[in-house]
Design a protein around this ligand. Structure first.
Ligand code: UDP
Ligand code: MG
Length: 321
């Protein structure tokens, strides 16, 4: 944190990149301009920098990052040993950057988040906020299907008692203290957005309109979005399991009622063919059991991953650091 208002904070802007060769040069140029302006206005320290995190890209992302880092004193880059996914790439970048920076801003490489609010984030940090969320008030640049799936995801999370901020992605500022606390959450399947509200530090928000991608295409396929959504729910809530238990109890009560009915029907010699109802319930219960097993498997899988306590990432290459 800034001790005293006259000490300018060192800021790092962390940019996760997975196969972003199409946007990197333009992104670097824009972010650098924005950082230089901040330095010129004496709002941040001279030692502020950009950090590109190459998340195991298979295209020219690393050569471009390396080149940028050698040409510009304010650009640094690291490269993860393999594609670990956005959450881990963000964490790696933030942890490396926080070694020297007082606060770290994370932003997507495609600059779909408006860099014009960065000075505002820095100002709020200087005023004492440890966490500054970037919140999208206008998502018209996203496809309708992306908006729909995102909004049902927020609703579902909310219904499950998970506190995340609607329309906040991974564009935010975190103080060094916040990053230290974040690092203490040892889980492998990390969903950063869900953890930040648990850090117990003063927060603030800035809002902006979501812009279209600079170039290239989205790195999040539907399957990746589904995966992220499942992580975002199962990492924070055991409510799906509770629902399952209650459902099981309910079935038991129904089964008891059925048993009484069967005995009475037998005694009254009114045995009915009942094939269709039998088949129906068979399928219904079969379905419930399968879903139940799936949910349980989900949690066991998670336990399996967590107990191994594997390192989250390895940095293979560094430039400009
Ligand atoms: N990204 C990453 N690792 C991955 C997938 C994506 O670091 O495995 C980065 C990507 O380079 C970009 C950010 O995550 O900087 C957001 O990705 P994208 O813009 O493709 O997602 P969308 O905006 O479509 O949700
Ligand atoms: Mg994007």
């Amino acid at each position: 944190m800034t001790e005293g208002k006259n000490i300018r904070p060192a800021i790092a802007i962390v940019v996760p990149c997975f196969n972003e060769e199409a946007v990197l040069a333009a992104t670097a140029e824009r972010l650098l301009a924005s950082l230089d302006a901040l330095i010129e206005r004496q709002e941040v320290a001279e030692s502020s920098f950009l950090l590109f995190v190459d998340d195991g890209s298979t295209d020219a992302t690393w050569p471009i990052c390396h080149d940028l880092a050698t040409r510009h004193p304010r650009i640094a880059a690291i490269s993860l040993s393999r594609n670990e996914g956005l959450q881990v790439a963000l964490l790696a970048g933030m942890e490396v950057a926080a070694d020297t920076a007082d606060a770290v801003i994370t932003i997507d490489a495609d600059l779909q988040d408006d860099i014009a609010v960065i000075p505002e984030m820095v100002r709020l940090f200087s005023e004492g906020a440890h966490i500054v969320y970037g919140v999208r008030h206008d998502r018209s640049a996203d496809t309708p299907s992306k908006r729909r799936t995102a909004s049902s995801f927020y609703r579902l999370q909310h219904a499950l008692g998970i506190k995340t901020l609607k329309n906040h992605a991974d564009f935010r500022l975190l103080s060094r203290e916040a990053i230290t606390r974040l690092g203490q959450f040892g889980e492998r399947n990390i969903f950063i957005r869900g953890i930040i509200p648990m850090l117990g530090l003063p927060t603030a928000q800035v809002s902006y309109a979501r812009l279209p991608r600079l170039a290239g295409h989205s790195k999040f396929s539907t399957m990746r979005m589904v995966n992220l959504a499942i992580d975002g729910i199962t990492s924070f809530s055991i409510r799906p399991m509770r629902v399952l238990t209650i459902l099981g109890l309910l079935f038991l009560v129904i089964a008891l009622g059925m048993a009484v009915y069967v005995v009475v029907a037998l005694l009254m010699k009114r045995t009915i063919p009942g094939w269709s109802s039998l088949m129906l319930s068979l399928w219904f219960i079969g379905g419930c059991i399968t879903i139940g097993l799936g949910i349980i498997g989900e949690y066991i899988g998670r336990i399996y991953i967590e107990v191994k306590h594997r390192p989250r990432y390895f940095i293979n290459r560094r430039a400009g650091l």
